[in-house]
Design a protein around this ligand. Structure first.
Ligand code: ADP
Ligand code: TRP
Length: 323
């Protein structure tokens, strides 16, 4: 089974990205054909600064390798190094209507925020469909916010297939209910763009500040606290097994422990959890030439696969009029 997912390098990866997508991708790589890429063109819809985009790409690459993507097992590349995908994006844009693109949450949300969206943002779901369909993907692990984009992808593939035959596989979204929407420190969905994220590789000072800022109600030490409505409980439980979750629940429900104490524990837990990854990241930073080789190799493999699919598309559509 072929599994593919991407992440935008529009900032540093955070716990929402990690638990809903990155961690699951690393697990899948053991016994599946895995494709992972850095969605540089998608990030460009919001990041239009050279330094910011370059650093965003590099940081996201390093984070992903540090948490366990193994380039010997997975194909790992940067989206803009595989031009076949943008070619397919243009072709696919003819198989979705403007009225449907206008319904995309990613686009509608910007309008609701009073932002005048650019053309790239409007086309965002079509590029995402191209990312997925160019590799004949079976399954796409994502968070819940991407569900609609997967529906668009399936619609586009179906419309294309109706015209030209069963060229594209219909991909399945793979959303894990437990981690479908991870809250940020303010209780809204954790996101790079809301400034409410806890980053995987924040330094100790920054991490402490972020964890200590997690929103809570005003219950005091001597009052029982409700775990189910607590953002702190939700974030902490990402790091726990069932037995540990039960113990944490008891701490919430039994008077005697304050939120500050629980936050201190969580801070330590996050540091411990990412400590080996942090060492790996440091090593990678010192071998940046090797990292570049990994990306070049990944882009070559991805290009070869996408080129085969594109050749079929060019023939089927009549774009290949010669030979
Ligand atoms: P962001 O929304 O922070 O910009 P991306 O758009 O790059 O992050 O998302 C990369 C992956 O992480 C996607 O599969 C997305 O669904 C998932 N994701 C992002 N934020 C969250 C969250 N708060 N909870 C669950 N999944 C998330
Ligand atoms: N749009 C996705 C996000 O913001 C990133 C992405 C781009 C993606 N292309 C993809 C995810 C293809 C899965 C498959 O999270």
């Amino acid at each position: 089974m072929r599994i593919l997912s991407g992440i935008q390098p529009s900032g540093r990866p955070h716990l929402g990205n990690y638990f809903s997508m990155m961690k699951r991708m690393v697990e899948y790589q053991k016994d599946h054909e895995l494709f992972v890429f850095i969605a540089s063109y998608h990030a460009m819809t919001t990041v239009q600064n050279q330094t910011e985009l370059r650093e965003g790409i590099l940081n996201t690459v390093l984070d992903f390798l540090a948490v366990g993507i193994d380039p010997k097992k997975a194909v790992f590349w940067v989206q803009s190094d595989v031009p076949q995908v943008t070619e397919l994006c243009w072709i696919l844009s003819n198989f979705i209507n403007v009225s449907q693109l206008e319904l995309a949450h990613s686009y509608k949300d910007k309008i609701a925020q009073g932002i005048n969206p650019n053309g790239g943002l409007f086309f965002y779901p079509v590029l995402m469909a191209a990312d997925i369909l160019a590799f004949r993907t079976d399954k796409v692990p994502v968070g819940k916010d991407q569900k609609q984009h997967l529906e668009f992808t399936r619609d586009i593939a179906e419309r294309f297939n109706r015209c030209y035959g069963e060229l594209f596989k219909l991909p399945e979204p793979d959303i894990s209910e437990e981690v479908a929407v991870i809250p940020g420190i303010d209780g809204r969905k954790m996101s790079k763009s809301y400034k409410n994220a806890i980053y995987l590789f924040a330094d100790e000072k920054e991490l402490k500040k972020q964890v200590m800022s997690i929103i809570t109600d005003s219950k005091g030490v001597d009052e029982p606290k409700d775990p189910d409505s607590s953002v702190l409980y939700h974030i902490y439980s990402l790091f726990l097994n069932e037995e540990e979750k039960r113990i944490l629940r008891d701490k919430f429900l039994t008077p005697g422990i304050g939120y500050g104490h629980i936050k201190q524990e969580l801070y330590q837990k996050i540091l411990d959890y990412f400590s080996d990854f942090r060492k790996k990241r440091q090593q990678l930073e010192n071998q940046i030439d090797d990292v570049m080789d990994i990306l070049k190799e990944g882009a070559k493999k991805a290009q070869n696969i996408a080129e085969e699919v594109l050749e079929e598309v060019r023939k089927a559509t009549g774009l290949k009029y010669y030979g």
